[in-house]
Design a protein around this ligand. Structure first.
Ligand code: FES
Length: 106
């Protein structure tokens, strides 16, 4: 199994270093849920709910946002230039050391 390390900062400011498999087709929303971090993922990863909104704090070159992701973030609260939908961040080897912070709810 291929693993990378990613860090998720929760809404209390606590950093959680997680082992993230890169060969299971997982995304950041699913990883957070499996680590029991408070990410709802209400739409199941369809870019339709923004409950997986997170800020990318590290300088990784993520793939461009899809139209669906852009549209959903347009409607979300607390959006910044670092905003992404966690379900659209697919775990891959080049994300080693990724740091994200969970966006506030609502
Ligand atoms: S889980 Fe719904 S937009 Fe990501």
């Amino acid at each position: 199994m291929s693993m990378i390390k990613v860090t998720v900062i929760d809404r209390e400011g606590e950093a959680h270093e997680l082992d993230a498999p890169t060969d299971m087709g997982m995304n950041m929303m699913e990883l957070c849920k499996s680590a029991e971090l408070p990410v709802e993922g209400t739409c199941g990863g369809m870019a339709m709910c923004a409950s997986c909104h997170m800020y990318v704090k590290s300088h990784h070159d993520l793939p461009e946002k899809s139209g669906d992701e852009e549209d959903m973030l347009d409607e979300a609260f607390h959006v910044t230039g670092e905003s992404r939908l966690g379900c659209q961040i697919h775990l891959a080897e080049d994300l080693e050391g990724l740091v994200v912070q969970l966006a506030p709810v609502g």
